[in-house]
Design a protein around this ligand. Structure first.
Ligand code: 9MR
Length: 369
């Protein structure tokens, strides 16, 4: 038995070796094959078109994008926006208690780089503390004014554009279940928000920001809201922020063009404020993907056609911002089927940099024109 044990051992070991080597060859790479460590500065390359921005963290939830990402990655952006820390629930969690640190980090870091800052957001139905809209309309109204004067007032002259009101409509009309709509009893809170933002910072461009704007019904609803509330004529509206949470197939370039033209024809600026391409199209039933060569190429084609369209419309577009920097930090890793899955993770690939913080092929494509 002992004599036979040795050949048996080697045969098994050899088999294991061959098997695992073969598996290595067959299994997909853990990281994309195409990570570019040298890349052009997209902010500079687009300087004559529009600023190129990224949503960042300033230390809230433990991450400061300016120290977390390599310096050569962060420095390609010419515009920054707070992904979370300027939202009402984070910046004024309790009445009169302001958490400025993370927001200050972002504004200071952006200025030190000569980048502009978008402010996001002053009035929203989500991430809004309950105390702010409690009680009577006049109480809520006074709190809204105090909030906007404090937040927009702190950064007067330092914010290029404020998302004054975020997501106030559905596809067909006002979002009547927003706590702001509820406590006011109508949509006039939107007018107040713009008036207070102008009072706080008359130099900032004041924006209405929303998702799904490329859908004809939502686009028309927003157009009707702007007209009905006389936001441009009487309340200092400068432009519409199109969030651009899109995917590989939707929306069509025609829909994007029609959306740009709709608001530009109203005399408004257009900004693409939260751009990302979801490779799952929001479908939770699709198994986690690997960033293969084909997927890199599909993303590069998609971003390539979108940025070509943006460049063609440069006179109407005044900012294009990615909703993040790299694939390791994106809300889309936890969002599918229209729901946040805080305890689950599915790697998505919407950002210009990969999880190793190398430029993806899409980055090379949109900087090659
Ligand atoms: O990316 C943000 C995520 O980290 C937050 O958990 C989430 C809370 O609602 O908000 C995300 O940002 C949203 C933005 O503020 C408004 N448009 C939709 C964005 C993605 O949900």
């Amino acid at each position: 038995m002992r004599k036979n044990a040795r050949p048996m051992y080697w045969a098994t070991a050899a088999l294991i070796l061959v098997f695992s080597f073969g598996c290595d060859l067959l299994s997909p790479p853990k990281e994309p094959a195409t990570g570019f460590t040298e890349f052009g500065n997209i902010g500079e390359l687009y300087e004559s078109y529009f600023p190129i921005g990224a949503a960042v963290s300033g230390g809230e939830y433990g991450t400061n994008s300016f120290t977390y990402y390599p310096a050569n990655v962060v420095s390609v952006f010419s515009s920054f926006v707070a992904e979370n820390c300027m939202k009402p629930a984070l910046i004024q969690p309790e009445e009169g208690t302001f958490e400025w640190d993370a927001a200050d980090v972002i504004v200071d870091a952006a200025e030190a780089r000569g980048a502009v800052v978008r402010g996001h957001t002053l009035v929203w139905h989500s991430q809004s503390p309950a105390w702010m809209t409690a009680g009577t309309k006049e109480e809520a109204r006074a709190r809204m004014r105090a909030h906007i004067l404090a937040v927009a007032g702190r950064y007067t002259g330092r914010i290029s554009a404020w998302d004054v009101v975020n997501e106030a409509v559905t596809d067909y009309g006002y979002r009547t279940d927003s706590p702001w709509y509820t406590v006011y009893g109508d949509a006039s809170y939107i007018q107040d928000a713009f008036d207070y933002a102008y009072e706080a910072d008359p130099d900032a461009k004041l924006f209405y920001n929303d998702y799904g704007v490329v859908n004809a019904s939502k686009r028309n609803t927003i157009k009707n809201m702007i007209t009905e509330l006389r936001l441009k004529e009487d309340h200092h509206l400068a432009g519409v922020g199109i969030q651009a949470h899109w995917n590989l197939n939707w929306p069509s370039l025609n829909e994007i063009q029609a959306t740009i033209d709709t608001f530009s024809d109203m005399g408004l600026e257009v900004q693409f404020t939260e751009l990302d391409i979801d490779v799952y199209g929001g479908d939770g039933s699709i198994a986690e993907k690997v960033l293969t060569d084909d997927l890199e190429e599909a993303l590069a084609d998609r971003y390539g056609e979108i940025f070509a369209l943006f460049r063609q419309n440069a006179e109407k577009i005044t900012n294009v911002t990615f909703w993040g920097i790299a694939d390791d930090h994106t809300w889309l890793n936890r969002f599918w089927d229209s729901t946040y899955h805080n305890d689950e993770f599915r790697q998505n690939y919407p950002m210009p940099f990969n999880t190793n913080h190398e430029a993806k092929r899409l980055y090379m494509r949109i900087t090659d024109f």
